[in-house]
Write a new protein. Structure first.
Length: 178
């Protein structure tokens, strides 16, 4: 058992470690909506943000299933940011967003992960710290073409006060701070 799986309510081997086990702030951010975050296969990757000030990568994704608990209004999709810190060995091939991807990870020595993000026309690979952050959760109704340009109901009060849609990628405070 590793320190990551030791925090889980259910004993797991490393081969069945879930993303919920890795998210450091899951109790505050994810637990109010999900009993357990679904596996990150078939997620829609909306954006990839490389932090200019720290070795971090933030993925904006649509989760593969709707929340277990939601009372905040209409919507059919939950979107969130997953931030990977202390990133090294970053490589990216292709990019035509949005794209359906599988996000996989393997535990490495020294509390590190080998992360792969793969889908049609895109491949990301990097290593990171094994503690992820989640943030900017919102619920929205996908456009008929799969777009996310319509209204978003943000879970966090500050996000809801500042934004009613996803801001442009130039909004550094939104994309760099969870």
């Amino acid at each position: 058992m590793t320190p990551v799986t030791a925090r889980s309510r259910v004993p797991r081997s490393i081969t069945t470690m879930t993303v919920s086990d890795l998210v450091a702030n899951r109790r505050q951010v994810l637990d109010p909506l999900y009993d357990e975050l679904p596996p990150l296969s078939g997620v829609r990757l909306r954006s990839v943000r490389l932090d200019g000030w720290a070795p971090a990568v933030t993925l904006r994704i649509d989760l593969p299933r709707f929340a277990d608990r939601w009372e905040g209004g209409p919507g059919d999709t939950v979107q969130c940011h997953l931030q990977f810190g202390h990133v090294e060995d970053f490589a990216m091939d292709g990019w035509e967003p949005p794209v359906l991807v599988d996000i996989t990870y393997e535990e490495l020595a020294g509390h590190r992960l080998a992360v792969r993000v793969e889908g049609p026309g895109v491949r990301l690979a990097f290593t990171s710290n094994a503690s992820l952050l989640a943030g900017h959760l919102s619920v929205f109704t996908q456009d008929s073409d799969g777009g996310d340009g319509g209204p978003h109901a943000f879970v966090r009060r500050l996000d809801a006060k500042l934004y009613d849609t996803v801001p442009p990628v130039t909004a550094r405070t939104f994309y760099e701070h969870l």
